[in-house]
Design a protein around this ligand. Structure first.
Ligand SMILES: C[S@@+](CC[C@H](N)C(=O)[O-])C[C@H]1O[C@@H](n2cnc3c(N)ncnc32)[C@H](O)[C@@H]1O
Length: 244
């Protein structure tokens, strides 16, 4: 499965060296994500609240057991706590991010294609900005895992980059030498350079993604596209003999 790999010491988050290896780009991604992003975008709470509202998360019962797949540095957990959710678990593949997490949320090291979670045990699964880091097989495996761990009355919430006109306009600028001018645009370029290999196929395959959701056992309940992202709420497809 493609994803974010192990660290390579010494890679610069500001670098845009086209000869850099995927491992260099992984390391630059991690440094930018955990340091530059925190300084520049803190507090990210407003964005998180907006995204969760667009997904419809605010409407779910506060006692719901929530699983966040690809929880990164755990920045969403503070937002969940602000919304009144108490039972949130994160699963993150990079042990460095889990080790550096400062929020009190329970986070375990694990991969989206083999979630360390019991079947039918959670009421809501959140996947934010993760699927576009995976290759096709990884996306399918992750969606099947989300379905496995969800109760049949639960919901899956997905927020991922969308192929919007704003993105089409901005991405060439972010990848151009102009992006070297500010710390914010350098951060964006580092993020984007790392993701290119899987982001491009993800955006191209957007029309196909509903078929993937269906084959993993989901029905799309609501989908919206805003500025740079798509927001999708899915329910397990009920099959004859299913029990809640
Ligand atoms: C862009 S970050 C998003 C983090 C968080 N969801 C947020 O919105 O702030 C993508 C995260 O997905 C994680 N990730 C990538 N592949 C993964 C996999 N196979 N299993 C679990 N997490 C994965 C990355 O390590 C990274 O922390």
């Amino acid at each position: 499965m493609s994803g974010i790999g192990a660290a390579t010491p010494g890679a610069s988050p500001e670098g845009s060296d086209p000869t850099s290896t995927p491992r260099d780009r992984s390391s630059a991604w991690r440094t930018s994500y955990t340091t530059v992003r925190k300084d520049l975008l803190a507090p990210t709470s407003w964005t998180n609240h907006r995204r969760l509202a667009l997904l419809g998360v605010a409407a779910i019962d506060r006692s719901t057991k929530v699983l966040e797949v690809g929880s990164g540095d755990g920045n969403l957990s503070a937002t969940f706590a602000e919304l009144g959710f108490a039972d949130l678990t994160g699963v993150e593949v990079q042990h460095e991010l889990v080790a550096a997490q400062t929020s009190p949320t329970r986070t375990v090291v694990g991969s989206a294609d083999a979630l360390p979670v019991r079947s039918s045990s959670v009421g809501a699964v959140l996947v934010m900005d993760v699927l576009h880091h995976l290759d096709a097989a990884g996306i399918d495996a992750a969606l099947h895992e989300c379905r496995r761990v969800l109760r049949s009355d639960g919901a899956l919430f997905v927020c991922e980059p969308g192929d919007t006109w704003v993105r089409r306009m901005l991405e060439p600028v972010v990848l151009s030498p102009l992006a070297g001018l500010t710390a914010f645009s350098r951060h964006k370029r580092t993020m984007l350079e790392h993701e290119q290999e899987t982001l491009v196929p993800w955006l191209r395959g957007e029309r196909e993604v509903e078929r993937r959701y269906r084959s993993a056992g989901f029905t799309v309940e609501h989908a919206a596209r805003r500025v740079l992202h798509t927001f999708v709420r899915l329910r397990p497809t009920h099959r004859p003999g299913d029990r809640s």
